[in-house]
Design a protein around this ligand. Sequence first.
Ligand code: FAD
Length: 457
Amino acid sequence: MSSTNRSVAIIGAGQTGISAAVGFLNAGFDVTVYSDRDQAGLFRDVSATGTAVTFGLSQESEAALGVDTFAGRAPQVTGISARTITGSGHDYTELLDFDADFPGFEAIGVDTRLKVDERITQFQDKGGTFLVEEVDPDRLDTIAGQHDLTLVATGKGGLSTLFSVDEARSPYKSPQRSVLLLTVEGLDHGPDVFAHRSAAGGKHQAFNFADQGEGWWGPYLHKDAGPSWSFLGWAQPGSEWERRFQSVTDAHSAHKVVIDLHREYFDWDLPEVLRTRVIAEDPHSWLQGAVTPTVRNALGHTASGHRITALGDTAVAYDPITGQGAQSGFIQAAGLVAAAKDHQGEFDDVWITETYNKFLTSRVDAANLATRIFLRDPVFADYASVLFPAAATNPKFGAALFGLLSDPSPVLSINSVDDAKSLITAVAGEDADSILAKFAPVGRFSRSELDALASAI
Ligand SMILES: Cc1cc2nc3c(=O)[nH]c(=O)nc-3n(C[C@H](O)[C@H](O)[C@H](O)COP(=O)(O)OP(=O)(O)OC[C@H]3O[C@@H](n4cnc5c(N)ncnc54)[C@H](O)[C@@H]3O)c2cc1C
């Protein structure tokens, strides 16, 4: 069957919904997007739904959908430096410190509001229909009856409860972290920035792991400020960090929490953080909340029995520690477009289920396992206790560990500590036990000399 005259409805113009819409349009479908906000409101009146950094493979999915990945337009990001401490306040031990280039890809961090804005324009310019209305279950019933394929991409909340939870793939019943996001300006991406952590300076993201949670800085392209930095903090449930995060009410209070966190826990990075400024033009440059990681069944039915399909965060919501959500949305969308284009006949229960199962087994299962390892879930603590020291000791494995952010599939081979060691040995080309025998806690991290460098200029 030709794609001509086959119709797709997409509910929700977040980055996943609108990118899928462009992809279906390019594949020859008639596409209508239903959005609860108009284009200006999506750009101006909401926060970005996450940092939404893409790492490698997901950029290929964006390209397959026919949307711009922003490569060359956003600050260049070539790797990550990671540091781990244990202890609290100023009384901590500095354990791991390593810096790795991403293996064969660069990361791209772009404001989801900017991506959405560009893609709505692209979609309409190409002849797509963009309707502003909040779709409720009754209206969804009508829409689904009028289209060959109806995709629900309304995010984690929205209409997601119309899809049942895949309990076997959703082991958590509550969030594993409270999350704080803040985008700031004032700090550039030159070689002096974070130079104490990496020779790549401001081209590497900076990750800190502590007992109460984690903190991360990444180069970013903000919709108003342009090249900027995004901070993400994760706090363990019930921790003192969580109380701090939950006290945030605006960008300024978020900024104060971020500065205090670095003053008290990550002071090696403090000079960089003190250079940052709140973005005055954007009252929505911050986000505070928590995600219960959830995998839903993608096939649902409306009251009259019409089929609907979950897409993006509506289908799978991840804790953001391994940056999988936005990436997963693009990969799912590209897979759906490719499968729909080639499909002859109705998009029936079998087609929806088979297409989704392929996505689950090729991406979601690995992405969730990698996320649980990075969350230091006690179930997988034994794996983390060999993977991270090995990464700190062997640069090749360090790069491979962060390669999981692009392609998490290697973790599916890990079912025991011995499997984790086999992966280390295979990647590093050296026996894992001999690598781990060389590991020694750092003792004391190098501190930022950004202010000293600046005053010497
Ligand atoms: C703090 C944080 C950091 C993150 N970092 C990363 C990262 O580095 N990398 C990564 O890949 N992922 C990351 N993520 C995840 C990523 O941001 C999300 O997966 C992604 O933005 C979700 O996009 P979406 O389009 O599926 O949903 P959303 O962005 O939530 O879009 C849903 C859209 O539907 C609309 N809508 C809702 N209800 C209705 C309705 N009834 N009718 C019509 N429209 C409706 C909403 O207004 C919205 O526009 C992060 C998430 C968080 C919270």
